[in-house]
Design a protein around this ligand. Structure first.
Ligand SMILES: [Zn+2]
Length: 67
């Protein structure tokens, strides 16, 4: 089975971590917990034709536009 692996940066604590997914569990929007701080991270992935991650965006869940 093809495993998708990518490195993400937590939008809460700023630390990086590796995310691994089985290809068949891939969805456009993912919800993962940061392994460092435990906050829920919304992840948007784009895959290229080989099934590798071409773009990964992370967002905080609370949707608060205040910066
Ligand atoms: Zn974190």
């Amino acid at each position: 089975m093809n495993i998708i692996k990518t490195r993400l940066h937590c939008p809460y604590c700023g630390k990086s971590f590796d995310l691994e997914l089985e290809e068949r569990t891939y969805e456009d929007d993912l919800l993962e917990e940061c392994p460092m701080c435990g906050n829920s991270i919304e992840i948007h992935l784009q895959l290229d034709q080989e099934g590798k991650v071409s773009k990964a965006e992370v967002h905080q869940l609370d949707g608060d536009a205040d910066e």
